[in-house]
Structures are given as structure tokens and as C-alpha cells.
Design a protein. Structure first.
Length: 249
């Protein structure tokens, strides 16, 4: 069932988004060679608690952490670990903030020290693909218009778009209908309506788009070991255009 949010509810989600952004900005200062993703995860949990919020994905279907921390070939849902980040790594930190019962969801990919030109280009293209998708999140457009804008751009730049994980609507629970794929033809799927709140979260690979899941049942990796990046925002659909509730700028 699709849930339409009121202006007041979107404002509450925006407050969660503001806190999420401030948390990302603080944790970004920690990301350097030698730090562990478990240290980042513990920081996030404490930061949210200090501001009266919780990490919604902790406990979700048995997930044990406040964040997902996906390094290099991990596409998404990576477990925070005690393994230190190394110079040249890329890492995506993904979190869902619950503030007063309303959620905001955002992932951001970070460079660890100096990274290769190829890795930097992956980050740049992935981020741009997100914003191209957001530009299509307009009242009257269809879900497929978002999907196609992302796929068309990323593939034209020589990268591949992950198929196995998609965006989604969000509100007081993490995953609501509809799903928001990052690939597919335009002019297809549900028509976007005012009051919908969705996540757009393209996962882009240097190599093949196929994924595999580790024995832990969560960690998704590229099948060929190539690098993967992800950027995600929570978006409100309004008559005045898309509003980014997790704006990093």
C-alpha cells in the first residue's frame, strides 16, 4: 500500500534528515586510513542517542549494527568490522535515522585517503546518477523515468547499475511501496504523486552489475571483485518539485 504523507509529516521526516546529515558530516571527519568501520558505527549510535534518535536498521530482521559499512567490492549491507580502513579504499556508510517515529535514509560513499582516478570517477558518476534520478522525481512522472535517467547516464559513462537492490518509499517504517529500481525503460511504473516520500539510492559498479551475498546473509558483493559505490537521498515529491530531505550540501 502506498502511503501519502502530509506536509506536517514530511516536515518531521525532514527533521530526521537534518540529524542524519549532521551525523554524516561528523563521521566524515573520522574516515582515514587506520580507522575501523566498527568505530564509525559506534560513533553513529552514540551521536544519534545524544540527539534523541535511534538507528532504525539496528534490529531490523536481526541486523546488529547502527550502520551498513560497505568497503570496496561490497555493494551494500556490509557489517561494520574491526578491520582498519586502508589508503585507497572507498567506503559507503548507510544509515536510517528514527527521530520521534519518523525516518530518513541516506548513504554516502567516501574516499579513504588518496584513491585511484578510476575510483574517484566511480564516486563522481554514482553521485551524478543519483541527482539525475532526483531530477525526474516530479509529480506526474513515472517511477521508470527515475530508473531510466540513472541507468542511461551510468552506462554511458562505462559503469553498470546493480539490479538486485532498489530504492523504496519510506515513512514510519523503512520499506514501503513502491520500489524504486535504478534501471529500466522510461514511462513505466507507478505515476508519482504529491506527498510520496521515496529513497533513490543507485549502486554503481566498475565491472559487472551482478551481485552475490556472503554466508552472513547480508553482505552483498560484486561477483567480479570490482569496486562499487552508492549515494542515497530521501526525497519528498511535491508540486514544487523534489525536495531532498537528506541534503548533504
Amino acid at each position: 500500500m502506498i502511503t501519502i504523507k502530509t506536509k506536517e509529516q514530511i516536515e518531521l521526516m525532514g527533521k530526521a534528515g537534518e540529524l542524519l546529515v549532521s551525523c554524516h558530516k561528523e563521521l566524515s571527519k573520522m574516515i582515514k586510513p587506520g580507522v575501523t568501520t566498527l568505530e564509525i558505527d559506534q560513533f553513529v549510535e552514540k551521536y544519534l542517542a545524544k540527539h534523541g534518535a535511534t538507528a532504525e536498521q539496528k534490529g531490523y530482521n536481526g541486523y546488529q549494527f547502527a550502520t551498513c559499512a560497505s568497503v570496496n567490492d561490497v555493494i551494500c549491507h556490509g557489517f561494520p568490522s574491526k578491520t582498519p580502513l586502508q589508503e585507497g579504499d572507498i567506503v559507503t556508510i548507510d544509515m536510517v535515522v528514527n527521530l520521534n517515529g519518523w525516518l530518513a535514509d541516506s548513504a554516502w560513499s567516501y574516499a579513504v585517503g588518496q584513491i585511484s582516478d578510476e575510483a574517484q570517477r566511480l564516486l563522481d558518476v554514482t553521485k551524478e546518477s543519483l541527482y539525475r534520478g532526483i531530477a525526474q522525481a516530479k509529480v506526474g512522472n513515472r517511477v521508470g523515468d527515475i530508473s531510466n535517467a540513472i541507468q542511461t547516464y551510468a552506462e554511458a559513462e562505462g559503469f553498470s547499475v546493480v539490479r538486485d537492490f532498489v530504492g523504496h518509499a519510506i515513512g514510519q517504517v523503512i520499506h514501503e511501496d513502491p520500489q524504486i529500481p535504478h534501471f529500466g525503460p522510461p514511462n513505466r511504473g507507478l505515476r508519482l504523486k504529491e506527498g510520496m516520500v521515496i529513497t533513490i539510492e543507485p549502486m554503481i559498479n566498475i565491472g559487472e552489475y551482478h551481485s552475490k551475498v556472503d554466508a552472513d546473509g547480508w553482505t552483498a558483493r560484486t561477483v567480479d571483485g570490482s569496486l562499487s559505490a552508492q549515494y542515497e537521498h530521501t526525497i519528498a515529491i511535491t508540486e514544487d518539485g523534489p525536495i531532498i530531505l537528506t541534503n548533504q550540501i
